[in-house]
Design a protein around this ligand. Sequence first.
Ligand code: CAA
Length: 384
Amino acid sequence: MDLKPTEEQGMVRDMCRKFADRSLKPMAAEYDRTHEFPWKHVKKLGEMGMMGVVYPEEYNGAGMDYLTYAIAVEEISRGCASTGTIMSAHNSLCLSPIYYFGTEEQKQTYLPRLTTGEWLGCFAITEPSAGSDASGTRTKAERKNGSYILNGSKTFITNGGVADVAVVMAQTTKIGGNKGLSMFIVPKGTKGFSVGKVEDKLGICASSTTELVFIDCEIPAENLLGQADQGFKIAMHTLDGGRVGIAAQAVGIAQAALDEAARYAKERVQFNKSLAQFQAIQFMIADMATEIEASRLLVWQAATMLNTGDRHKYSQFCAMAKLFASETSHRVTHKALQIFGGYGYVKEFPLERFYRDSRITEIYEGTSEIQRMVISSSVLNAYN
Ligand code: CAA
């Protein structure tokens, strides 16, 4: 594995970093306070090619690799974690299943407008009683003549309130467990499909997280994504890529916290010395920097392996990257806030926002406990 970004990866990193520093960072606190969806910046990301990073140019995508994508998500999240979430859910969770499992007609219909950011996408598998246990899906899709009729509801859906296209998992055959589930493309405006409760969250406040409701929602049978009753595997395949995106987001939040804490430690004087001259603070900075670098390397490794070779191996590395980067982000934002002391606890400084924003990375797209299940299952299988 070459640890040096290619020229193209370096250019994308610099472009996203500049955009994050100049446009996202100055607005992030305001977006957090008002919960305003950052439309202007999401549209700009579309113009930059960052709403369809890994998808081929024939679908208006940027045609880049997953490592470039991870680098971009890190930089964007460093400027604004909410915008990082929006970008990651759109790229990894909505576009990916359409690209990998869609028919040519579905790809032609949806991808060119999603990759440019003209349309936004979401991915809906979670339900009130089916969170970590995604196989507990109760939303039903009943086949009737040339259609499917969807009934049920989804919860905690990132981009739910703003998405033009939803990829939705529903039960098509009553077999139980993870069998008998299918994936569907449901465009906004379909009769019987509406946005329900809008969540008021601890962090990533400018992103939209909502319930989606389906009441006798009729969609043409052509909107089935992939094969019937194979939806669970599509969901798992999709989440592998999603976990790389969230891991990259976690690294971005942690890096932003370290940047602030290191600068502050050098400026802040107590007992006639800068904080940076105290060994207690130096050790915190050392641990933060080391853990961030280790997380970034895991993210890069997972991104490089994604969708190549042994599925169990790359699933394991995607889960390892998500687990380690999200828990690192938690520890780093905690320490950075501690370095700021009282100033870390007030909204005048960004530390308390980083701390709140980082927390979700240990929960969505599979909790840390789920990542440990995926990792241990793959590791133990290797000893069969
Ligand atoms: N890729 C392709 N196929 C996969 C796969 C993957 N990564 N992982 C599993 N599969 C396949 C298996 O090979 C198996 O196939 P066969 O039946 O043919 O053998 C099938 O899927 C079932 O696999 P498992 O027996 O391993 O599945 P399980 O029922 O034991 O569940 C789990 C495993 C890891 C616990 C899974 O339920 C899981 O990941 N749960 C967490 C769900 C999650 O991450 N939810 C987050 C919601 S999305 C979100 O947060 C988005 C948002 O908007 C915020």
